[in-house]
Design a protein around this ligand. Structure first.
Ligand SMILES: N=CN[C@@H](CCC(=O)O)C(=O)O
Ligand SMILES: [Zn+2]
Length: 415
């Protein structure tokens, strides 16, 4: 089997002897690393690592491929556990409305926002959606992403939701990235259902969910549980129905208000609850030891000029925190996880060690791939990044405009 040796690594970051599902509270500030290290990859998996002093290069096969990482750091590739990166077109027009002062809810209420994308989605071809999304995937690989979750939710009709999910299925097959798909039929209420949204919820439950399950198109289910969108009762109904198909929830919650989304997500053992701008003591109590990953989406809060989720209070309460990009055309038009790390650090006061855990281990958990990704651990998939020559981990969030990643390795191969 083909072997790849990365040697003379200035710092091998986030090594783990045994896989821990996620990192919480004060432990997030501890980042186990090895200076002057090597990493050995066999096929698609990590087979060994350690200090250079323990490397017996002579014992390796003659055809081993060698990368010299002098002055460079090696880290697990980022896991981006929340995106909407299959979409028909950018929404830069709304951007100007936002600058002029229209709120996210005001844009949505007059048929803009998610409904704008949903309208375009009706006529978008599957091939065009696939080609555009492949370009976006290629770009995020260059920024160091190794795994990504992608949601439907710009369809909002049976056919269009299935179209989006089929595109995601094709992306899974065509891309070297590890991809998980999430059914988000309950992303917004179509205009014709306004005032009778329970009928749209019926459609999601009775028509969309069975069709999605029949074609095995989704790994997870999501609901936008927030003011002006879906209520706790709607969410409860959808998650209850989804559980019968074995679909675990990942919920959009508490972005616009104390919506009860966090609590209903925890009630249904959601893998993650995401956004969380409106998180108080009660919400943190519900999250404690729940197994539900609190996931903050700094790109959306920054772009929409929202309040910032209380990341430091969450960690002080012993909770884990994950950071994802929310890459979408309306509220976070970037999948650059290095920028997310910078935002985590500057806007949420998270330490470099904490942001690294938040975009690797904790997002791996939030998208259900923690056993295979998220750390440098023997037996895990070899999805790693080699940085350019940089001074240390602090430089990753500090130099927010630069691409610090030189090489992304996915499944043991340079991508
Ligand atoms: N908050 C809800 N949904 C997306 C927004 C999608 C859009 O505006 O197109 C989000 O996560 O930010
Ligand atoms: Zn989202």
């Amino acid at each position: 089997m083909k072997q790849l040796l990365i040697k003379n690594i200035k710092q091998l970051v986030q090594v783990e002897k045994e896989n821990q599902p996620y990192i919480a509270g004060a432990q997030m500030a501890q980042l186990p690393s090895i200076d002057n290290a090597y990493l050995l990859i066999k096929g698609a998996y990590i087979s060994a690592y350690g200090p250079m002093s323990e490397l017996n290069e002579a014992a390796l096969p003659a055809d081993v491929e060698v990368i010299d990482a002098t002055d460079r750091l090696v880290l697990p590739a980022w896991c981006d556990s929340h995106t909407h990166l299959v979409y028909p077109k950018s929404r830069d027009v709304e951007y100007v409305d936002k600058i002029k002062g229209l709120s996210y809810e005001e844009i949505a209420a007059r048929g803009g926002g998610i409904l704008n994308s949903a309208k375009l989605m009706q006529t978008a071809s599957e091939d065009q959606l696939f080609d555009d999304a492949m370009v976006r995937l290629q770009e995020i690989i260059t920024w160091g992403t190794g795994a990504v979750e992608i949601k439907s939710g710009y369809g909002l009709t049976l056919d269009s939701e299935l179209k989006m999910l089929r595109v995601i299925k094709r992306l899974k097959e065509a891309s070297p990235l590890t991809i998980k798909s999430t059914f988000l039929g309950a992303h917004s209420i179509p205009m014709e259902y306004r005032g009778q949204q329970e009928k749209y919820v019926d459609l999601v439950i009775n028509e969309m969910l069975p069709a999605v399950a029949k074609e095995k198109l989704a790994d997870y289910v999501d609901v936008f549980c927030d003011v002006g969108f879906f209520t706790v009762e709607d969410t409860d109904r959808i998650l209850n129905a989804a559980a019968k198909y074995g679909l675990t929830p990942k919920i959009h919650a508490n972005e616009l208000d104390y919506s009860g989304g966090i609590q209903v997500g925890v009630k249904y053992n959601a893998l993650s609850v995401d956004h969380l701008e409106f998180t108080g003591e009660e919400e943190m109590k519900a999250l404690k030891d729940s197994g539900t990953m609190p996931t903050i989406l700094p790109g959306a809060a920054f772009f929409l000029n929202m309040a910032y989720a209380p990341a430091r209070q969450m960690m002080a309460a012993g909770l884990p925190v994950a950071l994802a990009s929310d890459f979408n055309p309306g509220s976070s038009p970037s999948g650059n996880m290095q920028l997310i790390m910078a935002m985590g650090s500057v806007l949420y006061r998270m330490l470099p060690e904490e942001v690294i855990h938040a975009v690797t281990k904790n997002t791996a958990y939030a998208m259900g791939v923690d056993k295979e990704l998220g750390s440098i651990c023997v037996g895990k998939k070899a999805n790693v990044v080699i940085t350019k020559p940089i001074p240390g981990i602090e430089y990753l969030p500090y130099a927010y405009g630069e691409n610090k990643v030189e090489t992304t390795i996915l499944n043991g191969a340079v991508s």
